[in-house]
Design a protein around this ligand. Structure first.
Ligand code: MSS
Length: 366
């Protein structure tokens, strides 16, 4: 089944056969299209925009893009060319939308009905936020958050707080944060936040602000709606407010990528069951696979290189399967001993679903 809606103009270069187009601003990777290399090819990486992205013009001369730095001892702005002189780091990490897995919530939360494909594992390159802090005399006193503002144009006459993509993360998140201009070795395309993007490894997608134009160290969280009431972990039927947790650090999660089509029987005999497993804030340490709906589990093998604690790893389990229907599930445990739970935690907007049961697939073997 190929996408019924066409890819949006700014993402025409994506591999249409690997994507599910929900809308011009929400494009999901098909479950069998992640590949097993660990790194997600850019032309298969999902897209999520809260607003229409800026014009393609902003990536024509990426080095001239400017970002303002405030809440530091010596506030100033830098062009990307200037940032490139301050330091260099690459981090491989899972980029995952807070709403990935929303499609499995039975109360049908509003928002895109993502299944597994609002996620990918990619390598971002840029300058460590710490190096930028050093170049600006360090943080001003009493700051508690790093607040990044997206470069979308807000139509005149509208209250910017209701629309703008401005996200705050606690200072614990900036340890490995970078301002990135490259992804998978290529100049950052507009679709993924070029010319410059704030990258907060381990944190849910929304915190990785694209076309970033302002980074402020602040005492309070952003007054923007996207910070105050959206992306909050509130109970079903209750609107998000600052009293509920903001969607920040990610949890361990894994899913089977192949076989994954319930309508495509697999040949009986030796079957390679493969998938991806992420640890969230620490390395994925162990991943188990079940072919009987979670009654019994077998440890799978990680394959490919270990790309660090924020990356996911591909895994495989070889199973000898007779004809029948198998409920295939997987669950990961990270280095901190945190495991993927059996059940989702219900919440109003259907965020952060890492239930292994919801991600199970029924596979026919014939
Ligand atoms: N940024 C900006 N500027 N804008 C928007 O809209 N979105 C978010 C992030 N950032 C935005 C930004 C989200 S929400 C997400 S996921 C991400 O991004 C995605 O990415 P890509 O690259 O994939 O598209 Mo949910 O949590």
């Amino acid at each position: 089944v190929s996408a019924e809606k066409p890819l949006p103009g700014y993402a025409k270069w994506k591999d249409a056969n690997s994507m599910i187009v929900h809308s011009a601003n929400t494009v999901e990777t098909r479950r069998d299209a992640f590949g097993s290399a660990g790194i997600t090819p850019l032309d298969r990486l999902y897209i999520r925009n809260n607003l229409t992205p800026p014009s393609e013009d902003i990536v024509k001369d990426p080095d001239s893009w400017k970002v303002e730095i405030s809440g530091v001892k010596s506030p100033r702005s830098f062009t990307v060319a200037e940032l490139k002189t301050l330091g260099l780091e690459t981090v491989t990490m899972v980029l995952q939308c807070s709403g990935n897995g929303r499609g499995f919530f039975p109360h049908k939360p509003s928002g895109t009905q993502w299944t597994v494909g609002a996620a990918g594992c990619v390598s971002f390159t840029g300058v460590p936020v710490k190096a930028v802090l050093e170049a600006t005399g360090g943080m001003a006193d009493g700051m508690k958050y790093m607040t990044s503002t997206g470069g979308e144009e807000i139509p005149a006459g509208l209250d910017p707080n209701t629309l703008m993509v401005e996200r705050s993360v606690p200072l614990s998140g900036i340890e490995d944060a970078i301002l990135a201009w490259e992804v998978n070795g290529e100049a950052l395309p507009l679709a993924h936040g070029g010319p410059l993007r704030m990258i907060v490894p381990g944190y849910a997608g929304v915190n990785n602000v694209k076309y970033v134009k302002h980074v402020a160290f602040t005492k309070d969280q952003s007054p923007a709606k996207i910070q105050q009431s959206s992306y909050r972990f509130s109970p079903i039927g209750v609107k998000g407010t600052p009293e509920y947790d903001s969607i920040w650090e990610m949890d361990p999660k894994s899913w089977i990528t192949m076989p994954s089509d319930p309508n495509q029987p697999v040949k009986a005999g030796r079957v390679q069951i493969t998938g991806v497993a992420m640890g969230g804030m620490s390395e994925p340490e162990k991943v188990e696979v079940s072919v009987d709906g979670g009654k019994s589990w077998k440890e799978a093998e990680f394959i490919g290189p270990d790309l660090g604690k924020y990356a996911w790893r591909s895994f495989v389990l070889s199973a000898e399967l007779k004809p029948g229907t198998y409920q295939m599930a997987c669950r990961v445990t990270n280095e901190d001993g945190k495991s993927q739970p059996e059940n989702r935690v219900e919440n109003n907007r259907g965020y952060v679903n890492n239930s292994w049961r919801d991600h199970m697939v029924a596979i026919k073997v014939a």
